[in-house]
Design a protein around this ligand. Structure first.
Ligand SMILES: Cc1cc2nc3c(=O)[nH]c(=O)nc-3n(C[C@H](O)[C@H](O)[C@H](O)COP(=O)(O)O)c2cc1C
Length: 475
């Protein structure tokens, strides 16, 4: 039996309509502008959604990047910004929200949140109104990236009442916005992130995605399907096969990251793109995350052609074994020397002075605390390695190649093999919107062939999914 599945029909129509996009496909945020203005503009012009990587960008640079995108797109396409959780510095969240509201940015991708915060609620509620049909219209869309059901639950419900009250009392939202708050969900869409590049819990999409789809259905069973919170899949998507698989499970949309870092538009160095073009699925490694170093969070990075992962792990170990740099020097002078020479290329004191200047200008209280607590000082200096290793990679500093921190998941290795021998093998011919079309077009072809094959069987397939499950209930 001939079955023709169209790439434009994959995922949920509600999702495509909500964001005004051609395909249920998103290019996710990548910090320090790796998901660059060029990437966002290219996607926007192709009728696709991408998020600008705001993490680690100074406020002036971020504002310039946003203005650049707005001017080049001229309202012709949608795009959004990354809103990163900053529990210890809520002002950073406020600053991104202020910029979004000032520039009328209608979508944000939230990441690393484990709780709903006032800046996020302020963004969500601004402009909420009752439409002519009595439905509540929320013009600011939140796409929340999660990897745990309990966090997904926070975004499936309305904004917490105490936060709404506080925002109303301080005049940050209007009476109407506060009144309508209980009729909107915190997010429009939730991206379920499995084993991915960058920060990851390395969960399996095969278990996490169905679980959160069911959670959505349980909590929103009364909501018409077209208005339900969309559930997307991310992590490990680098081939038409993997994209087809998550659509078959019931994903409303897909979101990629690693494959986009190896495209013309990515805001990283040519040297990194060369390295990325050669990675395979087994060439990634886990390392501590610099921004959550003390908490023990992890990132997935390229593990071939750079020593960043073992060096990052070593720093984490040493931080747990020693109370101060001085104590480390006393107990293991050889290791201390190696760190100065090989990791930083200069002495501890020099790196501290540099770190001090950086924090002093932004967060002077951090410097004061570090000067009182030697272990904090050790952590701040070690964290500097994570920021330098990222910067060296992004700038393509050849002499520091051995220290390059390149966040990446196995999806890129799978994509590299998939395009081997085709026009897309060299990264210079890979454009971010083209990657989207190849993955989605290939997934549609695969589904056509598979559905056709199963549909032509004479005996019906046994029902393997209990009634009421998410599969097949696309809006
Ligand atoms: C280099 C790189 C940087 C990333 N930076 C961020 C970020 O700043 N914020 C964020 O929400 N996700 C970030 N991510 C995650 C991506 O947005 C996306 O969720 C993830 O890469 C999808 O999994 P995949 O890498 O398997 O495609 C990053 C991923 C990579 C590869």
């Amino acid at each position: 039996m001939d079955v023709a599945v169209d790439a434009h029909a994959l995922g949920s129509e509600g999702f495509r309509r909500r964001y005004g996009v051609r395909l249920a496909y998103v290019a996710g945020s990548m910090y320090r502008g790796i998901s660059s203005p060029d990437m966002v503009v290219r996607m926007g012009e192709a009728g696709l959604l991408a998020f600008l990587g705001t993490g680690g960008l100074a406020s002036a640079r971020l504002t310039r990047a946003v203005d650049d995108v707005c001017q080049r797109l001229g309202g012709r396409g949608v795009f959004g910004l990354n809103l990163l959780a900053a529990p210890s510095r809520p002002v950073d969240e406020e600053a991104v929200v202020d910029l979004c509201l000032a520039r009328d940015i209608s979508a944000v991708e939230t990441s690393a949140f484990v709780t709903v915060t006032p800046p996020m609620v302020r963004y969500r509620l601004q402009g909420v109104r009752e439409g002519r049909d009595g439905e509540v219209v929320a013009p600011r869309r939140i796409m929340a990236k999660v990897s745990r059901p309990e966090v997904a639950r926070l975004f499936l419900g309305p904004p917490p009442e105490p936060i709404v009250r506080q925002l109303r009392e301080t005049g940050r939202i209007t009476e109407d916005e506060a009144r309508l708050a209980r009729r909107v969900t915190m997010a429009d869409s939730i991206t379920v992130e499995a084993d991915s590049g960058g920060h990851t819990d390395q969960r399996s999409a095969l278990t996490l995605l169905p679980d959160i789809l069911r959670l959505r259905d349980e909590t929103q069973s009364q909501v018409p399907s077209g208005r339900r919170v969309s559930i997307g899949a991310a992590g490990g998507l680098g081939t038409p096969e993997s994209v087809a698989a998550v659509f078959l499970i019931g994903a409303d949309y897909v979101l990629t990251g690693s494959v986009n870092q190896c495209t013309v538009e990515a805001g990283t160095s040519e040297l990194v793109k060369e390295m990325l073009q050669g990675v395979g699925t087994a060439d990634t490694a886990m390392a501590p995350a610099g921004d959550m170093f003390q908490e023990g969070a992890k990132v997935q990075v390229v593990g071939r052609g750079t020593l960043f992962a073992p060096r990052g792990r070593k720093l984490y170990e040493l931080y747990h074994q020693h109370a101060s740099w001085e104590e480390l020097v006393r107990s293991d002078p050889r290791v201390a020397r190696q760190i100065e020479e090989r990791y930083f290329g200069r002495g501890f004191e020099e790196v501290w002075q540099e770190t001090r200047a950086y924090y002093g200008a932004r967060y002077p209280e951090e410097v004061e605390r570090a000067e009182r607590q030697p272990r904090r000082k050790l952590a701040l200096v070690f964290r500097r390695y994570f920021s330098l290793s990222s910067r060296w990679a992004q700038e393509g500093k050849e002499s520091q190649r051995v220290n390059f921190q390149i966040q990446c998941g196995p999806a890129l290795g799978a994509w590299n093999r998939c395009v081997r021998g085709t026009a897309l093998e060299p990264w210079r011919s890979r454009h971010v919107d083209q990657v989207a079309d190849v993955l989605m077009g290939g997934a549609a072809d695969l589904l056509s062939a598979t559905v056709g094959r199963y549909a032509s069987r004479t005996s019906p397939l046994p029902a393997t999914v209990p009634a009421g499950s998410s599969t097949g209930r696309q809006s």
